[in-house]
Design a protein around this ligand. Structure first.
Ligand code: IDP
Ligand code: MG
Length: 139
């Protein structure tokens, strides 16, 4: 399998609950290299742009409100098969259905407040990474 890069967010629910460090530990324990990382708070426009593919969904307003409710931690991760590997470690979107060894199972609450984000394909990983990190920030 090829070495790949993906984009991750530790969402405001997890950061607010003091679980960012625990999630970063899970990321490192599972063999990802953290290429770059920062703490930031999304503006409404940034959250709307990041989730533009969901703009017609009924939960869009709720999602933007949640993602701007407090600071989050954004990361670029590298590993063999990083995109699916990170989504596996996160667990399914609905945290109530996520296993106990997953990020969402441990630190998420429900389908909306689910502690983390992960890109779903190489194209979205590229778009999402450049949305938050410029070329000088990628180590
Ligand atoms: P994903 O994060 O697992 O890729 P998506 O379907 O891409 O899931 O949805 C993006 C985000 O939108 C989810 O992580 C979650 O925070 C939120 N979301 C998805 N479905 C719902 C819903 O039915 N109600 C509220 N929020 C939702
Ligand atoms: Mg998604």
């Amino acid at each position: 399998m090829a070495v790949e890069q993906t984009f991750a967010i530790i969402k405001p629910d997890a950061v607010g609950a003091g679980n960012a460090g625990n999630i970063i530990q899970m990321i490192e324990d599972n063999g990802f290299n953290i290429v770059c990382m920062k703490k930031t708070r999304l503006t409404t426009a940034q959250a709307q742009g990041f989730y533009h593919v969901h703009s017609e969904r009924p939960f869009f307003g709720e999602l933007v409100e949640f993602m701007t409710s407090g600071p989050c931690v954004v990361l670029m991760l590298e590993a063999e098969g990083a995109i699916s590997k990170w989504r596996d470690l996160m667990g399914p979107t609905d945290a109530t259905k996520a296993g106990p060894d997953t990020v969402r199972g441990r630190y998420g609450t429900d389908i909306g407040r689910n502690a983390s984000h992960g890109s779903d394909a190489p194209e979205t990983a590229a778009f999402e990474t450049q949305y938050f990190f410029n070329c000088f920030e990628r180590l």
